[in-house]
Each structure stands twice: as C-alpha cells, then as structure tokens.
Design a protein around this ligand. Structure first.
Ligand SMILES: Cc1cc2nc3c(=O)[nH]c(=O)nc-3n(C[C@H](O)[C@H](O)[C@H](O)COP(=O)(O)O)c2cc1C
Length: 194
C-alpha cells in the first residue's frame, strides 16, 4: 500500500488515514515540480514504498511569516491559525523529510517562514525547563539541491534545522546534498561562494 497525499493550499485538513503505516511528512521547500530538489526527494522516497506519505509544499501553502509579536511567549501557541493542521501532522509523523533548494546560502523564503513559525515550541521548551512539548520522538532527513558547490550553505542550513529539531523532539538522522545543478563553468563563476 502506498498512499501519497498532497495538501491543498490553504485548506489543509488532510490527516493520516492508514493507522498502521509508517507516517512520512515531506516538507517541500521547492516550487519547481520538474526541478532537482523534487527529483532528489522522489529518489529518497523510493525507500518508503509501504509508507503513507503526506507532502506539505511551502510555496503552495504559503505559511505566514513569524511577526515576532510575542503571543507564543505567553500562550505557547501562535496567534495565527494557518498552521494548525500542519502542526498536528508534524507532531504525529514518524519520519520528517525536509527537501529544499539552496537560495542565498539558506532556505527559500516560504520554508524559512515555516521554520520560524516553530517558535511556540521554542518558547515552551525553555519556559518549562527544557521539556519537549511534543511527546513523540521523530526522525528527520534533510535533502538539498545547490546550483554551485553548496557545501557552505548546506552546513548553515543543517545547523538551522538541528536547532529547530532540538526543540521539537526530532532526531536528525541524515542528509544528502545534490551539488552543481546549475552546471556553471569554473571560468564564468562569479563571487558567489556558497
Ligand atoms: C534566488 C536563488 C538563489 C540561489 N542561491 C544559491 C546559493 O546561494 N548557492 C547555490 O549553490 N545555489 C543557489 N541557487 C541555485 C539553486 O540552488 C539551484 O538552481 C537548485 O537546483 C534549484 O533547485 P530546483 O532545481 O529544485 O529548482 C539559487 C537559485 C535561486 C533562484
């Protein structure tokens, strides 16, 4: 049994349907459906033939950015409700796969917005003396595509994810970088070092 569900933009009510299947949540940071990141993710997902897979595409869902309003400091939840369903999926998945292109040494803006929106978990973690709000321990993998060498950016992004995972009860299990996708000739390379 393989079930792939793609959440529809803004109306995400999708929930896990197969009780006993491994639950894989793909957090997609790419917009290009024929691009390298998608190809990398597809290849990685071949390992999960019998899993239930839900894909959350950050470009389609367009999560609001964090406004730093401080609401979650007092209330341990976000003042905005657009991610309510996402958070349930995020808390109940078994495996989380983050698949992203590298943009300016980091994540594209919609995925960065989603990562920033994990702030309520951060606030709760420190308020209660480093107790995880999410009780279920999950595992995560990080996949990235880079136009250039990508190694520096990949390290920065890995650090960002590890920080976020540390306050959301996730074990960072591994990653894969697909580099030099833009096939830029050495002689025409500019100042971009990432
Ligand atoms: C706005 C933008 C910024 C980028 N910044 C970087 C960068 O800092 N380092 C890098 O190696 N590639 C960079 N790239 C190249 C992409 O990472 C590369 O083309 C990647 O394969 C895109 O993913 P996709 O094929 O899934 O669309 C950038 C591309 C864009 C559009």
């Amino acid at each position: 049994m393989k079930a792939v569900t793609v959440l529809s933009a803004h109306t995400a009510k999708t929930m896990w349907k197969h009780k006993n299947a491994l639950k894989v949540l793909c957090i997609e940071g790419f917009s290009n459906e024929n691009g390298n990141t998608k190809a990398l993710l597809d290849e990685f997902l071949r390992e999960y033939k019998n899993a239930e897979i839900i894909k959350y595409n950050t470009y389609k869902e367009s999560p609001k950015p964090c406004y730093g309003c401080g609401f979650c400091k007092e209330n341990e939840k976000c003042v905005y409700s657009d991610l309510q369903n996402f958070f349930i999926l995020f808390e109940t998945a078994d495996i989380i796969i983050v698949a992203s292109p590298i943009y300016n040494l980091s994540f594209p803006a919609p995925l960065k917005a989603l990562i920033d929106r994990l702030q309520p978990y951060y606030e709760s973690y420190y308020k209660y003396g480093k107790i995880q709000k999410i009780k279920k321990r999950r595992e995560a993998y990080f996949l990235a595509a880079a136009g250039c060498d990508g190694e520096k950016a990949f390290n920065i992004m890995r650090r960002q994810l590890k920080n976020a995972f540390s306050i959301t009860n996730i074990e960072y299990k591994g990653d894969k970088l697909l580099a030099n996708t833009d096939n830029i000739k050495e002689s025409t390379k500019g100042e971009n070092d990432g």
